[in-house]
Design a protein around this ligand. Structure first.
Ligand code: SF4
Length: 357
């Protein structure tokens, strides 16, 4: 398909800026060029692809102005709220796919825990931890090309129990799904499915050979067809071009995903991408600003690699993004929850909804 980025696709009711480059937008005067872009995004216009690329190449001295522009859009749709998500790695390792970034692939030599689907009490304990940490959403993730019937049945059993006991949304990340599997997930109470595009369509074959980008898009369409929300994002820093990151952002806009997790590659030892380290904190911030301005109304989540790549600039990321994971990632450590709460408090922001355990 490869990738056919929806460069001019627009949200219904909105208009397009057309093929204007940043140079054709106002510079200086009452509004800087970044503020002009924010104003247009707030007016419902869709940024052209050229502008998204310009954001990723923004001069360092304009970074704060760019973040302010992204913040104006974030503020309109999410105020000062930060939504917390909690990840449960419900089945680890043993995956037959060959995604080069992933420590759970059969091709990975990484030293990670490997286990089959967790028991009911372990999944419930995870939900309890999610609620205690003020997460809005409990993310149940398995390593797999797609779920077996037994795994779908286990999800069908546990999700109603979680919903009965805790005030949590449930997001399932189970790999590729058929339309029937998606319908079953919807029927048992799953609110949202995560299935990342991971990168742009043209670059996808560089990071995986066992399934295609189009397979992933088809799963997202099946999830939407079943009536669930979409969580889909990707990983930046795998050797892709800025154009590939922009392709992904525009595809996500076309798919109207509700939630976009933006991961920054943690090059885990034992994976083919170990040693790949090309990211700077400021580039990561530009990526977050680009996702916000291209997808104004979607949740943008700073996901894996937040601590590693943003480092002391993590807080600035929340001027563009409105969501983070609290706790650990699938096979890597996150910072302690107290550090996240302190960061949110110091920003003058607040966690979306206080959950009760
Ligand atoms: S399908 Fe998922 S779990 Fe399997 S190798 Fe790819 S990213 Fe890892």
């Amino acid at each position: 398909m490869a990738n056919s980025p929806a460069t001019e696709s627009v949200t219904p009711g909105s208009s397009s800026l057309g093929a204007k480059s940043l140079d054709s937008l106002p510079a200086g005067g009452e509004e800087s060029r970044w503020q002009a872009i924010a104003s247009r995004a707030l007016a419902g216009e869709s940024l052209p692809r050229e502008v998204a690329l310009d954001i990723l190449a923004a001069p360092e001295e304009e970074l704060l102005d760019l973040l302010h522009a992204a913040y104006r859009v974030r503020q309109r749709y999410f105020g000062k709220t930060v939504q917390l998500y909690f990840l449960m790695n419900a089945k680890s390792g043993l995956c037959p796919e060959d995604c080069t970034y992933c420590s759970q692939s059969k091709t990975s030599q990484s030293e990670i825990p490997r286990y089959n689907l967790l028991r009911r009490d372990e999944l419930l304990a995870g939900a309890r931890a999610a609620a205690q940490r003020q997460a809005k959403t409990y993310c149940i993730v398995i390593s797999a090309r797609g779920p077996t019937d037994r795994e779908i049945a286990a999800v069908e059993k546990i999700v109603p129990e979680i919903k009965e006991q805790f005030d949590l949304d449930v997001c399932a990340c189970l790999g590729l799904l058929t339309t029937d599997q998606a319908r079953r997930l919807k029927a048992c109470g799953v609110d949202r499915v995560n299935h990342n595009l991971n990168t742009g369509g043209e670059f996808y074959s560089q990071i995986c050979s066992t399934h295609t980008y189009q397979d992933r898009v088809a799963t997202l369409r099946a999830v939407r067809g079943a009536g669930m929300e979409l969580c889909s994002g990707g990983i930046v820093g795998m050797g892709e071009r800025p154009e590939d990151v922009v392709d992904m952002a525009f595809e996500l806009r076309q798919l109207k995903v509700e939630s976009i997790p933006v991961n920054f590659l943690n090059p885990i030892e034992g994976t083919p991408l170990a040693g790949q380290n090309e990211l700077t904190p400021s580039y990561c911030l530009k990526v977050l600003a680009m996702f916000r301005l291209v997808n104004p109304q979607s949740e943008v989540r700073i996901a894996g690699g937040r601590e590693l790549h943003l480092r002391s600039m993590q807080a600035l990321g929340l001027y563009a993004a409105n969501s983070i994971f609290v706790g650990d990632y699938l096979t890597t450590k996150g910072q302690v929850p107290e550090a996240d709460y302190a960061m949110i408090r110091d920003l003058g922001f607040e966690v979306t909804i206080a959950q009760s355990a």
